[in-house]
Design a protein around this ligand. Sequence first.
Ligand SMILES: [Zn+2]
Length: 448
Amino acid sequence: MKQLLIVFTILFSFGIQAQTDQKIYDIIDAVSEERLRSDVKTLADFGTRHTLSDTLSETRGIGAARRWIKGQFETISKDCNDCLEVFYQKDLVEKGRNQRIVKDVMVVNVVAIQRGTTYPNRYIIMSGDIDSRVSDPTDFTSDSPGANDNATGMAGAIEAARVLSKYKFESSIIYLGLSGEEQGLFGGQGLAKYAKENNWDIIGVLNNDMIGNISGVDGVIDNRTFRIFSEAVTTDETDPEKLARQARGRRFYGGEVDGTSRQLARYIHKTTKTYMPEMNPMMVYRLDRFGRGGHHRPFNDAGFAGIRIMEAHENYTQQHQDIRTENGINYGDTFERVNFPYCKKLTAVNTITMASLASAPPSPKEVGIGGIVEPSAKLKWDKVEGAIGYKIYWRDTTSPTWDNSRYVADVTEFTLEGIVIDNFFFGVVAVGRDNHESVVVFPNKIMR
Ligand SMILES: [Zn+2]
């Protein structure tokens, strides 16, 4: 009986405590539907933003679009004492790299960095895409408003900069416009390479691609649900030895569904549930839609955590389509079809995630776990500079979310009595001021 009581005490005292920070609610409210509407309109009105389109005109083509985007970031920066570092990052992609590159093109990304006060070289990144396309991916002259795909993601990143630049954060935030997405993810590749060369410590990439459609081709109309796509494990594909070692380890110790991108997805899910409970975040356990791609992938390929945030119900008559009417159906990705209250909500999901992560200390780097043939699980981790405490999370092996937690103050190891290691997965976060937490780290060391 006594033992039973102990088990019960443990089970019920470790509930999820949702501690909140008022600043995060303010950051939700500050996102403006009107500014998103106006920016998506402006982007759609460049006629086409195809990666291979005109770069000289001031009113049409991707050149005009990217100059306008850069100008927006510069204006935002003026309003916050030059708090943004705004620049172009570009790479030449030569004709014939793939079938969609029918001439040499400079793929130009727009980068705006809000420098962190404590961890200037740690970055949480929100990206949208500058470019658009119609039915033929090499058609760079026809009207291609790309209102939902992906002026919504781009406008979201600009709006996030307007909102978050009013605050100071410990880590850096990057607002990013990527090009060359529709031609083969070239902008993301270029920026991921640039990040590696400059030794950026990337917390994660929130790739926003189509965040404004609520009326799906499946007939469902839904302004609450959105998808978070994440691959199971993210590893540096350029290091085959490490890949093989990690795969071997997962077989015996778990981690098949616990890579860094997946932890980032769970973080967004939890932050949304805490601060925007009216929303319905839907984690999808795949890299992206079935057989389709997005700009988080090149970051994943380079070993960085990255996920895709997206509407739940797509409408294919409004993606990658020539503007036309056929059999009574209006095709085309036009401005009127974007739902801005929903776009505002999904933008807010990004701003609260970035504000939380940029307010949190870094995750512990090394997390060890032990407890083989013992009635308890033991966790041990590196001390994190700036952390005021740590939280151990665990969950049933079949659960998608970190359902149980235990806060511990300033220690670097802890034993969960009565918790048998075999029956759960575990992770550790660092906790900072106002209870902001780092992303969960799945154990990467076994203690015997
Ligand atoms: Zn697209």
